[in-house]
Design a binder for this molecule. Structure first.
Ligand SMILES: [Zn+2]
Ligand SMILES: [Zn+2]
Ligand SMILES: [Zn+2]
Length: 200
């Protein structure tokens, strides 16, 4: 029988890397623990008062340290996530190794996207935007692929950071195509044709 283990994960606000460490339930119940980034600049503190855990979470999203108090079972059983007070996104994960690893990967992607947004890159996600534009091109070349319900087939396109707007040249109706996530791309790929919501 292996000892029961819990995995903790967060995003280091100093070096930007994901931190994932595993601790035994036995050690956690005895005294709490600390999980330190390999860069040595940030520490997730997990203290136990005999009833509840008091966590201090270095937050890779907003750069602050968040405090949380959790009942013992929330830390020792199942899977849980703690929320960043600033961004309302999850910034710390507790659970089995597989679950925490997956969540951390998504957190790293999110943080990278937000970072790029701050640096003022043209698109929230360049790859998704490129795929959306090429899909729109495919739809546009189909006969009647992009039309307006006012009867017009003339439209303009405005490319934004995380969306593409199709605008009817005759009635001004606008259809916004989100272009930020894989889901946005999947949604667009379902459409053989697009119809702008003009007055028909
Ligand atoms: Zn670090
Ligand atoms: Zn935060
Ligand atoms: Zn129209």
């Amino acid at each position: 029988m292996g000892e029961e283990m819990r995995t903790f994960g967060y995003l280091c606000p100093k070096c930007g890397k994901t931190v994932m460490k595993t601790r035994s339930v036995f050690a956690l119940a005895a005294s709490g623990t600390e999980v330190e980034c390999d860069c040595g600049e940030s520490v997730l503190r997990i203290a136990f008062d005999g009833e509840r855990y008091h966590l201090q979470v270095p937050c890779g999203l907003c750069g602050e340290t968040h405090e949380a108090v959790c009942p013992a079972e929330r830390v020792l059983e199942g899977a849980t996530a703690l929320t960043c007070a600033g961004t309302k996104q999850f910034c710390c994960f507790i659970g089995s190794e597989g679950v925490v690893e997956k969540q951390l990967r998504e957190l790293a992607i999110l943080a990278e996207k937000e970072q790029r947004q701050e640096e003022g890159e043209a698109f929230l996600d360049n790859v998704i935007m490129y795929e959306i534009l090429s899909e729109l091109r495919d739809i546009a070349v189909r006969p009647g692929g992009i039309t307006c319900s006012c009867g017009s087939g003339r439209y303009g396109m405005e490319i934004r950071r995380s969306a593409v707007d199709l605008i009817c040249r005759d009635c001004g109706a606008k259809l916004r195509i989100p272009a930020a996530t894989d889901q946005d791309l999947d949604d667009l790929c379902c459409h053989m044709k697009l119809v702008l919501p003009g007055k028909g």
